[in-house]
Design a protein. Sequence first.
Length: 140
Amino acid sequence: MQSYSIGQAARLLGVSPDTARRWADAGRVATHRDEGGRRLIDGRDLAAFSVELAQSGAGGAGGTSGSGEEDTPYTSARNAFPGIVTAIKLGDVAAQVDIQAGPHRLVSLLTREAVEELGLEVGMQATARVKSTNVHIDRT
């Protein structure tokens, strides 16, 4: 399962790293340390916490990335919402993927094959790209 640094979690939640650190210090979201001593948040824990924040109205501003980080993918698509996968419902042919991007919950209906091909799992970082009435999911 993927884990996130405090900085990565902050970006996905739409808050500052200081805010994410305070939440972790207060025990609002569980952390563990890697071999180098960095605090990490398990993807499933972060997914659950992001939904809790959105429901309470305490999340960040969300929206497009614009963080300038080196790992930011380049694309011509507008309206990108980097977030975390919070739910996957698989049918025989179709699938539903929920992404929490700051205070925004985005839902995409796509094929089961696409979900499997992307290797999507709850707690994984992904970007929802909204164009008109379509939501596209990019594994990031």
